[in-house]
Design a protein. Sequence first.
Length: 460
Amino acid sequence: MPRTEFLYYFLQVCGKMSHPYRAIPELFDLQAGGPLIRIPHQLDVPFTPRVRSLVDTAEFQRLRQITQLGLAARIYPGATHTRFEHALGVFHNAIQYLWQLGKDARFAATVDPHQAEVLMVAALLHDLGHWPFCHPIEDMGLADLPPHEQFAAEFLAPDRELGMVLRDEWNIQPEEVLDVLVAKTDSTALRLMRSVLSGPIDIDKMDYLERDSLHAGVPYGRNFDRARLIQSLLVNEAGDGLAISAKGKTAAELMVFARYVMFSEVYWHHAVRSATCMFARSFFELHQSLDLKSLFKLSEFDVIRELRQTAVGTPVASLLDGLFGAKRQLHKRVLELSLYQTPDLYRQVAGRPYRELVNVARRLSERVSQELGCEVQSTDLLIDAPPLHKEVEFKVSIYHPKERRYHALSEVSPVVNALARTQFDDYVKRVRLFAAPPLAKQLAGRREFTDWLDEASAHS
């Protein structure tokens, strides 16, 4: 008897084949050890012929050329992992979630096997429309940016290779995948599927926390029991989203804290934000001279080259040289404001539209130039502040079988309750001012700098 047939028979005997999604090859291969592709850290991702057919398309292969954390690699040298690797990790999580959730009769009754396959494909393709440095660019909220959903729709067009593979190999229409990624219609099944992909305990966060932590070389994002959390998954009381059983409480608490610390120590590390701020200001000054629709289809390397060529002879050329030139030279932190130390000034600056922050920085540069008696360029001082949109709050229910009742996790967890009672963004995202290194030395110890910022902010 061939090995695959033997394993299939063995699983049948063991009762595994009573699973409602037993006909999905990738779920079977996860249990039986079929074809796979390996990604860090020691993850075996089912790699059936139809998965390979999606991964090998030009539309998916472009994700190899887009790093997951972009500018963070200037501070964490190992953080050069790509959205290609991340997408495979999220796909792996989708399979694990479906294996567990298929044991929940309410989930299986709501999400049929075809929809489960749509969810798997949506997991694999969830970053399809992203471009290089997507997050710092989108955080600026510029009016003339094409939405990344537009690119996803274009790459999934019926006449593109990816769209044809979906229809021919998976019997899935591209519109079904897009509807999960960007809600156009509504149903209980779709809400439940979207909760798996984008929610408090979704497959995306489950991967990026661990993967970013691994490649950045820090432990913070891996300090939670992902296996225990997955084993505790079930459907919420309303039947349209995920919840966890009581046995997953501690794992969920640790995941909440892992996310908090990763934002505090990695994503919003002051040097990472300096690099991000330099890039954002450069893009802001150049974007009207660029064909954005064409630019965003390029690899990360080609985007950098295009930006640097366009910047020649402009004030932001030095910023891009400091980021991507032969010698790294980041702006230095000269002031940091937090909600709990300087609440009034923090609120005055945080959450302002990016264009207003640029104006404040220009006014502040003029004032500093007057006070120091030297020329200060408009790009010598940069303001970094939390963007207008907020991070998704961690709101999830926990089911207590003895009571047969659902409770908000924040009600039964002091850890989650502490975070739920405060605004996540206000405590992990600081307002910071960065200055070019020579100017930063001159500003060191100038206490009146806070007053100058207050005046510049009030008049902008």
